[in-house]
Structures are given as C-alpha cells and as structure tokens.
Design a protein around this ligand. Sequence first.
Ligand code: HPA
Length: 277
Amino acid sequence: MPMKKILEASRYIQSKHALKPRIGIVLGSGLGIYVDEIQEKVVIPYDEIPHFKRTSVEGHSGALILGSVRGVPVAALQGRLHAYEGYELEDIVLPVRTLAQLGIEYLFLTNASGGINGNFHPGDLVAISDHINLSGKNPLVGPNLSELGPRFPDMGNAYDKDLRLVLHATAARTGVGLKDGVYCSVLGPTYETPAEIRMLRTLGADLVGMSTVHEVIAANHIGLKVAGVACVTNYAAGIKEEKLSHADVKVVAEKAMIGFATVLTETIQELKKIGKV
Ligand code: HPA
C-alpha cells in the first residue's frame, strides 16, 4: 500500500501545480516562517492531500508549499509528523517520499534541538554531521519497497559531506555562525532527564531531539542527498537549572530564523551556481 499512497499523493499535488521541485525542505518547530522566502508559491494544506495526516503539534501548521527560491524550484513541508504523536512511521515519512516522487534530489531538514555539547548555546545553528537513532523505530521495518531502494541501505554518508561543505562555506561567506554536530533522536514526548543527557553525551551526541532521523532514513533509502540544520533552542536537561518548555523552544527558533534563512537560501543559490540543481 505505501507505493499506492505515494503515487496518489504526488498525482494530486501535480494536479494543483505542474512544478517539478529539485529541492525539498522540511521545516521544524518555529522555522515554518521560512516559507516567506519562497516565491510564486502554491500552498496545499495537508488536509487536502490524499493520505497525508494533519500534524497535531503547536507551531507546525501542516501544508506543502511549492514555489521557487532564487529561481530554483522547491517544495517545502511546513509542519511535520512525529512518532510521539502516535503516527505510524509509514505516515511520518510519506511526505518526504512524495517529494522524492515529485522529483527532488536534495532534501534539507531542519529541527529544534536541545544542546548537549558544552560549546552549543540557545540560538546556535548546527549542521548535522551524523545521527544516532535512539527513537526505537525505523521507517523501513516491514516489506522492503524495492521500487524506492534497497533492503539494507548504507547510512555512511546519511548527511551528505559535499552538501555540508557547501552549507559551511555559505555560512562563512555570509557571516552566519554554523557549528557541526551529531544529532540523537529520542521518541519523546517528555524532555530527557539529566541522567539521560549524561548518557547521550557519553554516547557521542551533541544534540537531542524528537524528529528528523526517520525522514533522513527514508530519504537515504531513496538515494536523496540530505542536509540537516538544527537550531539549538535550549540547553539539554541538567546543563542549566531552567525548566524546558515548548513555548521557549519556539521563541528561540524564531529568533534564529534570519541566520537560518540566509544560510538556506544562499546555499540553494550556490547549488544552482555550481550546476547541481
Ligand atoms: N530534547 C528533546 N527534544 C527537543 C529539545 C530537547 O531538549 N529541544 C527541542 N527539541
């Protein structure tokens, strides 16, 4: 059934707009406002798209936006589904698989994360170099969709090195701070305990969050080139005395938006300049 859902969703989207996007963008908590950077846009609410589930999280409204950034056709997912909401993993990765069906080759994912690394502070932007999937779930469990990719996908370059170099070069050129780090995903919805954060630090995690890895796995299965940019919205549990709240997470992400928008938009322009899209 998943292939049928992908095809029905992508056909519906194409019936609304004939654009063939080259780049997909997944906008995390507080970063949805990036859609303001997209020109000539057509907005399709998730409700309308066959098989797409609405998101239930505050700060994620749930719409697909087709348009262009610096002349490059893009498709952005504003609002994503999380495993902690109780969705099936197949539903969580359907939007990314649908964008691949529409023709994207590059996928930029963004998220709000807790900073574990002692050098990370709220408001920092971090290029994700690799991940640790501690969510306990993997979207490829079940019969392999061999039309999409192999049974045992390689994850050695899950966050494409070349794409990350372009992100860093663009950030340096535009004067936006961009760090580098390993993202660990947990299921949530509770924030972590201080003991869990000490464990994650020992395991090699720099950031922690409740999203991203399932979409990254599905994208790698298909062979997309993936980049991830995290916005550090808070110190992870136990690092400072403060309580964690989703409202604070959103406020910090919104403040980091200008730097984030600059890096993403200029990176898309650079990919065009070097003939990648
Ligand atoms: N933990 C998990 N997910 C998060 C956090 C965090 O500290 N901040 C933003 N998303």
